[in-house]
Design a protein around this ligand. Structure first.
Ligand SMILES: *Cc1c(COP(=O)(O)O)cnc(C)c1O
Length: 387
């Protein structure tokens, strides 16, 4: 087989002249940060997902930290999330001195299993952070039922899921708070960036104040008023602000989000058609409760039918210049979490899945030839390692 000449990454941004002009316009204007471009980007994302409010942050991780603060997470509070996600989904709880409790995944959907959440609830449970892994919507009805029963706050980690839907509703409009990320591998990018959407005015105001040092200039919120210069720092916040430069890029990117998702869906269809009849691999689950936004395409290996390990197959694909990846190393296995006392063997579905998965390249700027190269490489490598 012919090996691709250039390396194909698993994901990357797509920028056009409109994006570049939007950024240049800000550079020529008078605001570089927290100006009109932030308001416009927040309005645009809120309108797209159908939420009342949106607060932009310097990155998705900062946005999650803000959400944990606004939810009132503190020492002694337990927050339940999935181990099969990026470290940031759990780290945000630790920033607030809370305790992370992992609930295992459903081996079919790879998303957190509501029944496992139920088993992990204690008197100290305060919130749930479900993650729409790869863009597949989690079982929100079951999660909200549990949250209602135990009076828990739900913060969706939708870093993979802008543009996804659950039972006809847009992700971002449903829970107490929803986080989006605008890192370059995500659906739309601002370089670094994140956002929380919410329908609560109270949470909205807390988030805005948290992102800027805990300071308010709103006289209605202040305890005193020394004069026109006066501001009040009322709690310990951070500088987690996004720049206008980034927000302008984000607004311009939002115009293309639907096209980007349509491209991803088309490539997923081609992948599925090519791999569906290969017993050595298992194609991703397709939710019947909603539409995935397809951030990642994860192929699961049926290792019983293969000679090599996942590592061997992964390396063989890399050698063919296919930029495969693994999403994710379960968080509880990371050395920092091991030191905190989380145990290997405690979340068996996530641990087993981790041994079997390979992420294939998927991004809107891929060409049909790129997709065909991936399919051919997978077929050749699987043929080579078939028992
Ligand atoms: C990317 C990502 C984050 C963090 O977003 P950043 O913008 O990179 O800080 C959090 N959770 C998940 C699942 C992610 O993929």
């Amino acid at each position: 087989m012919n090996i691709r000449e250039t390396f194909l990454p698993y994901g990357k941004q797509q920028l056009d002249d409109q994006d570049i002009e939007a950024v240049v316009d800000v550079l020529k204007g008078s605001f570089l940060t927290t100006g009109p471009a932030i308001d416009e980007f927040e309005r645009k994302v809120a309108a797209y997902v159908g939420a009342e409010y949106a607060v932009a942050f310097s990155n998705g991780t900062a946005a999650l930290h803000g959400a944990c603060f606004a939810a009132g997470i503190g020492e002694g509070d337990e927050v339940i999330t999935t181990p099969m996600t990026f470290a940031a989904s759990a780290n945000c709880v630790l920033y607030q001195n809370g305790t992370v409790v992992f609930a295992d995944i459903d081996p079919r959907t790879y998303n957190i299993d509501p029944e496992e959440i139920r088993k992990k609830i204690t008197i100290n449970t305060k919130a749930i952070i479900p993650v729409h892994f790869t863009g597949q919507p989690v079982d929100l009805d079951s999660i909200h039922k549990i949250a209602k029963e135990y009076n828990l706050i739900v913060i969706e980690d939708a870093a993979h899921a802008i543009g996804a839907t659950y039972k006809g509703r847009n992700i971002g409009s449903i829970s107490d708070m929803t986080m989006f990320s605008f890192h370059p591998v995500k659906h739309v990018t601002t370089g670094e960036g994140g956002m929380i959407t919410t329908n609560s005015k109270e949470l909205y105001e807390k988030l805005k104040q948290f992102r800027s040092h805990g300071i308010t200039r709103n006289s209605k919120q202040m305890l005193e008023n020394h004069g026109p210069w006066y501001y009040e720092m009322q709690f310990l916040g951070y500088n987690y602000r996004m720049t206008d430069i980034q927000a302008a890029l984000g607004s311009s990117q939002m115009d293309k989000l639907d096209t980007f998702i349509a491209k991803r869906k088309g490539f997923v269809k081609t992948y599925n058609q090519s791999f569906n009849n290969m017993p050595e691999v298992i194609v991703p689950h397709q939710s019947s409760d909603g539409e995935s936004s397809w951030h990642l395409y994860i192929l699961k290996l049926n290792l019983d039918l293969l000679k090599g390990t996942r590592k061997k197959i992964f390396e063989a694909l890399l050698q063919r210049n296919i930029g495969v990846n693994v999403h994710y190393i379960p968080i509880h296995l990371l050395p920092y979490y091991q030191e905190l006392g989380y145990k290997k063997g405690s979340l068996q579905n996530a641990e087993q899945l981790y041994e079997e998965i390979i992420t294939l390249p998927l991004f809107p700027a891929m060409t049909v030839k790129d997709v065909m190269d991936v399919i051919e490489a997978v077929k050749v490598v699987i043929e080579e390692y078939r028992k």
